[in-house]
Design a protein. Structure first.
Length: 712
């Protein structure tokens, strides 16, 4: 009813899936309904007249053979399996788990089983039983070659070898797993004719394939009159038309290595020996042939005769390298170019092909599609080289390909400029790479980067496509990233403005070859009078902070009784306080700065420290006064005092009436909780390079250090 349905094989639990290629059933007369299932009803075997029946009849008693493909188990011996060929029961030698297909030989209406063996590409269809045509089940070799019906042919040795390759095993048992039923039941061995033969001085000797229970071999027979069974193979679909244009030409069907010749009635199957013999009879100018020897030799038909030539002539599909094709270029299926050179195809590089096919009549920097491989060709220094897709894109936009390392693109692509780089490890060495962001941000303003340009005064370039946070400095005709000092100054320091002086956060700076530096020559001290006792202190502004430039020396214990027992002079000598200020206990340190001033925190001290480091200085030396300092060997080791802080080496009181380190150290309190009986102080030393903090423990009330107040 217009659709394919699965065919049943007798046992309802087994589905043969689709019954393939029913077009082979040309005469279905007498073929019963293939969907029929064997009648598995049996009679009482005790009533069977065993003397009147054969063993097969006894074992199939009560089962009706009505449809091809039915399978039943024996009545007497259930281990036996029988197969219905549409007319009679036959002993089943195959594998009942295999999907069998049926085919009708229209010459006599006999129905055969066949199986598919192989992959989707290169599938073979073999009869799963021996050919039995004309009442014969064994044939001479001459008979065997014509015994198979239309659409089928006698198997060649190459087809047997292909089948063994498909299943990875040439044994009879391996074939039987595919339903081949190789060796008849009860027989020790079997041999099958092939359509192949061997040539030697004694004539033609056909090959047969012989199977035993333990081995498989290819045998060359001396007598073609031996009678052997035949297994036919279904013809293959050939997609090349056989018509008047290729009449009498030959072809090789690669999947299974079969040989064909185009005749008036279509493609005709032939053996390899027939093929080798036939092909030499037709000569077409430029035709190529292998001679079949080992190693093979290549022949070219040229000038009315076959001539042995270089093997390259037979390897490629583009034909022979004849005199008429001298210098011609051809491309193989693997995209390799060859040049015809005196009878030999010589591998030719893509670059040579491009030179030949394009010529040299082009402007420098032209970019075209390479005829050799479809990539991009750049004309440079009088010859073609391989370029990149970006070369082609920028060229099409009015720019140039990447030709000189360091060059920048004259045009943008998708909002970006590109830089030409030489890359040694890539196939194409000269390649455009996306330009750094700084280049893309500043390219349009390159003309403004000069001593007299918009950015020559050190002002930042920070206006580009609405970008935020990207800042650049102009120097020597180009732009660079600013240093941290320049970011703090909000101004670049370049050769255009060396010697320029500025004031930022009340701090003086000068532009030098080392960048912005603290201008120690421009300090101007301020002053502050402590109204409590009328004492006047020098002050100094440093990066937004205002510090006393002298140590605190408030002594009025009458106005502030807490000073009694909490303030000391070095060595208990009043003149030491005049020079270095007073020492105060930790407990009193946060209470003695005048109104509007306070004891600095650790953060205040380190802001001072970090600023000196930022400006390239040594915080110890930068804070120490320019005189009065000795090292621990009593050698002079004064500071630079670049900030005007003028720290003097007043020493330390480290216990009642215990003093030390004068001329070598200066100790300062910072704000902390002194009630913990563990506290710290910072000290400067003539031999240290960084701030040093020292822990003081034990709660000694007589430990005392200097104080520098900082303005609120």
């Amino acid at each position: 009813n217009g659709k394919w349905i699965p065919e049943r094989r007798g046992d309802d639990s087994k589905d043969t899936t689709d019954v393939k290629d029913s077009t082979q059933v040309r005469d279905t007369t007498g073929v019963t309904d293939t969907t029929a299932v064997a009648d598995t009803s049996t009679t009482d075997t005790s009533a069977i007249d065993t003397a009147a029946l054969s063993d097969l009849e006894k074992d199939t008693w009560g089962h009706k053979c009505t449809a091809f493909g039915q399978i039943v188990h024996g009545v007497v011996d259930t281990n036996n399996v029988y197969f219905c060929d549409g007319k009679a029961w036959k002993s089943f030698e195959g594998n009942e788990s295999v999907n069998y297909y049926k085919w009708v030989d229209v010459r006599d209406g006999r129905i055969y089983r066949y199986v598919k063996i192989g992959t989707q590409i290169g599938t073979q269809m073999w009869l799963a039983e021996n050919l039995n045509y004309g009442g014969d089940s064994a044939y001479t070799w001459a008979q065997a070659k014509d015994a198979c019906p239309a659409g089928w042919h006698l198997s060649t040795r190459e087809e047997w070898e292909k089948m063994f390759s498909n299943i990875n095993d040439p044994s009879a048992s391996a074939l039987d797993a595919y339903g081949f039923a190789t060796i008849p039941s009860g027989q020790p061995k079997v041999a099958y004719w092939t359509d192949s033969f061997d040539k030697d001085t004694q004539g033609k000797h056909p090959y047969s394939v012989e199977f035993t229970r333990t081995s498989t071999s290819l045998t060359k027979l001396n007598a073609a009159t031996s009678r052997l069974p035949v297994r036919c193979v279904k013809d293959y679909d050939i997609y090349t038309a056989c018509n008047a244009d290729n009449l009498y030409s030959t072809s090789i069907y690669d999947y299974v290595v079969i040989y064909l010749v185009c005749r008036e009635n279509g493609w005709d199957h032939m053996s390899i020996d027939d093929y080798n013999e036939y092909k030499w009879t037709v000569g077409v100018e430029g035709k190529t042939m292998w001679d079949g020897t080992n190693p093979r030799k290549c022949y070219v038909y040229e000038g009315g005769a076959w001539n042995e030539r270089d093997s390259s002539n037979c390897k490629f599909s583009f034909g022979a390298c004849t005199a008429a094709r001298q210098g011609e270029l051809s491309r193989s299926s693997k995209s390799v170019w060859y040049t015809c050179d005196n009878g030999t195809w010589v591998a030719t590089s893509d670059s040579v092909v491009d030179q030949i096919m394009l010529g040299t009549d082009y402007d420098e920097g032209t970019v075209v599609e390479c005829p050799s491989n479809g990539r991009y060709c750049v004309f440079q220094d009088g010859h073609w080289r391989e370029g990149t897709k970006m070369d082609s894109i920028l060229y099409s936009l009015g720019g140039t390909p990447c030709m000189v390392e360091g060059d920048t693109s004259k045009v943008k692509y998708e909002g970006e400029y590109y830089v030409c780089r030489y890359v040694s490890w890539r196939a194409v060495h000269m390649q455009w790479e996306t330009a750094p962001q700084i280049y893309n941000d500043t390219y349009e303003d390159r003309d403004e980067c000069s001593a007299t340009g918009r950015y020559g005064n050190g002002s930042f370039h920070d206006e580009h496509d609405g970008a935020v946070g990207r800042v650049y400095v102009c120097e020597n005709g180009g732009f660079r990233l600013p240093t941290e000092r320049e970011m703090r100054m909000n101004l670049g320091c370049t050769s255009y403005i060396y010697g320029k002086k500025i004031v930022v956060n009340n701090t003086h700076f000068v532009c030098s070859e080392d960048g912005w530096k603290i201008d120690s020559t421009a300090w101007e001290y301020g002053s502050f009078m402590d109204t409590r006792d009328g004492r006047v202190y020098k002050t100094i502004d440093i990066w937004g902070q205002t510090w006393m430039a002298e140590n605190l020396d408030y002594r009025d214990s009458v106005a502030k009784p807490e000073l009694e027992g909490n303030r000391w002079c070095y060595g208990n000598e009043a003149e030491q306080c005049d020079a270095y200020g007073s020492f105060y206990s930790c407990e009193l340190s946060s209470q003695v700065c005048p109104a509007g001033w306070h004891l600095p925190s650790i953060s205040d001290w380190f802001e001072l420290y970090n600023f000196i480091v930022l400006m390239g200085g040594d915080p110890q030396s930068g804070l120490r006064a320019k005189d009065g300092w000795l090292d621990y060997s009593d050698n002079v080791n004064n500071g630079t005092d670049v900030l005007g802080f003028t720290a003097l080496p007043g020493g330390i009181m480290y216990g009642e009436n215990s003093y030390g380190s004068a001329t070598q150290e200066a100790w300062f309190w910072y704000a902390q909780d002194c009630s913990l009986n563990e506290y710290e102080a910072l000290y400067l030393s003539s031999e240290e390079t960084n701030f040093v903090s020292s822990s003081v423990s034990g709660g000694k009330i007589t430990d005392a250090y200097s104080i520098r107040c900082i303005k609120d």
